[in-house]
Ligand binder design. Sequence first.
Ligand code: SAH
Ligand code: SF4
Ligand code: F3S
Length: 478
Amino acid sequence: MELNQNKVIDESRQGEPVVLETVNHSGKKLYVESYGCQMNFSDSEVVASIMTKEGYATTRNIDEADVVLINTCSIRENAEQRVRNRLTEFKHKKGQNPDLVVGILGCMAERLKKVLLEEEKLVDLVAGPDAYRDLPNLVEEVGTGQKAVNVLLSRDETYADISPVRLDQGGISAFVTIMRGCDNMCSFCVVPFTRGRERSRDPQTIVEECKDLFEKGYREVTLLGQNVDSYRWNLTSKGEIKDVNQPTTNFAQLIEMVAHISPNLRVRFSTSHPKDMTDEVLEIMAKYENICPYIHLPVQSGHTDVLTRMNRGYSREWYLDRINAIRKYMPDCAISTDIITGFCGETDKEHHDTISLMKEVQFDFAYMFKYSERPKTLAERRFDDDVPDAVKGSRLNEIIELQLQHSRLSNEKQIGKTVKVLIEGTSKRSDEKLCGRNGQNAMVVFPSQHYMKGQYVMVKILDCTSATLIGEAVSLCN
Ligand code: SAH
Ligand code: SF4
Ligand code: F3S
């Protein structure tokens, strides 16, 4: 599996920003650039949908845009710095075209509110994650010279009725947001401040959207949420029924409903919180071949005292118990994680316990970060950011090194096996090769022969790198 160091230390878990484009019509043009997590990419599709209804077409060419929107991330300081640099470039463009509207969306918009508009004068428009329905009005306000800001957070906005514009026409894999916000208050994390309270989306609208995607040729959906496994409909956080006259749905039931759409629709989800990963979810995953045996389960640290300071709500032992449960239900399940090095007060011993946990679990893949203090978080208010940057860095390098070995081992174990792959398209490196993922989320590359995008094929694995499995297609499935 891929372990690209840029990716690992980059903002959120994503690498390059993604630019959206729909078919061009005449009329006004919108350019959207997205940074941060998958939720942001999914939100940009909602934004594109809202703006398309107003007559905008999206473009990949910023120079022909009337409105430029940048969907941003605040998770670490370097994520915000990257966006600031980009905003400075946009300001130059505005110098050449004074009518251009530049707007900031997403987590940085929510965190900084009016600052980028009033004090730094980098943007004309600010819209937080729950304010996208208001974008057409905000753009109009800019036109009339008003200050266009909406950073209200909502307790119930899920954009459930908005069918996102899918910008990869002929796509195979789509994101479907099933819940928004986060109530966990991990002490290092800015997300509860930028995304607001946790709320789940009506299950019927989720199933409808996934059915529609399948009918349009998509073969994989990834259900998204900051805390996806705490999804609950008509249930309180304690599991009590809110309205006895209405049906209830928990996360396990939801993935089962989506899995029923078709055995040819793969179901994935991200990101799961260890405290909400129940045996019921694992049982359902094991029961359906089309629910992919892959769980991203961020551990953050291998030491219980650090986890307590982080306010993660579980101990090292609890986390390892969940890993054992996953392996009991699905011996072949791939498991990946997120780890932070150098959190406030982290000692050498605590760091070594993260290493020992990594050795015990042998993650197939991991995203690893240096702790970055974020304003307003519990950690900023309560603790000193006292681990020197050089120590954070050397600890990070140490765990990256170890993870590379584990990722390679995980791939080597696949050699000789024949795995089911959903073909996503041609390989980046060669037109004569196709690529796709197996259920465990490992990227597989193989000679095209007569196979095509969207098909499921059985591929015999012959070789690997730490990032990719290399094989040969042996037969078409179904
Ligand atoms: N909701 C997800 C994580 C969202 S943020 C979850 O709870 O797992 C993605 C990852 O960024 C986190 O898992 C964490 O490892 C990392 N992260 C979050 N805040 C950070 C900070 N202040 N400094 C460094 N890494 C951070
Ligand atoms: Fe942040 Fe914790 Fe919520 Fe994840 S669960 S988004 S790390 S507060
Ligand atoms: Fe970043 Fe916001 Fe996602 S802070 S990781 S874009 S929820």
